[in-house]
Design a protein around this ligand. Structure first.
Ligand code: ADP
Ligand code: MG
Length: 232
């Protein structure tokens, strides 16, 4: 059975989000302080502790860098771009990572220009997040299909994987900050992606079936004119 989700209106406020980030960072900080105190008082640090400290630091680093993508309004510059080139860039960027995981990409992009008014780096971030999730959902490999076509008013992108899928119970939780089922996940990728798509006046829908895979459909309003040559 297919489950459909549309939730851009359910997004949390920035304030709640900041509180969440603070909370998530406090946990690894407490661990780090504990180990440092142990060292100060008893000189007991062993390589295992040092490894744990490094992974806690890496976790803080990940959370902060994902969060920064949202908190950089000065870097946001909307321009006319052809989405086909953004998608091709993302595919080549992730190709070697996919290959290592036994995953291959199949892309079907339209022959017509797919011009949208967008912040290129943010849209790239969205596609990177979604394709990475797809790769991570396919531990034994498979194919990720990346399709793009033009509707009368919008450019549509559909990313389909053959991964583990998402249960009906979990589906409503996606996009909540820090919801993750991965050991090293931050649970921020989808939430940030939804916010970026919302800022582009678009929509993001997730359909999934456990054991079969997940299909993510993004629609972004077309800008109605071809992207200038130098920008693609
Ligand atoms: P993270 O990848 O750090 O866990 P995300 O916000 O990107 O955070 O994703 C949140 C959760 O949504 C993931 O932990 C996973 O459980 C689920 N998820 C997202 N995309 C997929 C997918 N393509 N297939 C299966 N589960 C997914
Ligand atoms: Mg992710």
């Amino acid at each position: 059975m297919e489950e459909l989700l549309r939730r851009s209106e359910k997004l949390t406020t920035v304030g709640q989000l900041a509180a969440g980030v603070a909370h998530e960072i406090r946990n690894p900080l407490t661990t780090l302080r504990g180990f440092l105190q142990l060292q100060q008082e008893k000189k007991l640090l062993i390589p295992l502790h040092i490894n744990l400290m490094l992974s806690e630091l890496e976790r803080i680093n990940l959370i902060v860098s994902e969060f920064l993508i949202l908190a950089k309004p000065q870097a946001v510059r909307f321009q006319q771009k052809d989405l086909r080139y953004i998608l091709s860039d993302v595919i080549s960027l992730l190709d070697s990572q996919a290959h290592l995981c036994g995953v291959q990409f199949e892309s079907k992009l339209s022959e017509q220009p797919a011009s949208v008014h967008c912040e290129e780096n943010q849209l790239k971030q969205v596609f990177i997040n979604i394709v990475k999730n797809a790769i991570e959902a396919m531990p034994v490999g498979g194919t990720i299909l990346i399709e793009q076509y033009n509707d009368p008013d919008s450019v549509v992108i559909v990313i389909t994987d053959e991964g583990e899928g998402i249960s009906k119970e979990m589906l409503p939780k996606l996009g909540e900050p820090f919801f993750t089922n991965k050991e090293t996940g931050t649970g921020l990728g989808l939430m940030i992606s939804q916010r970026i798509i919302q800022a582009h006046k678009g929509s993001l829908e997730i359909k999934s079936e456990v054991g079969r895979g997940t299909e993510i459909t993004i629609k972004i309003p077309s800008s109605g004119q071809a992207a200038p040559q130098e920008s693609i």
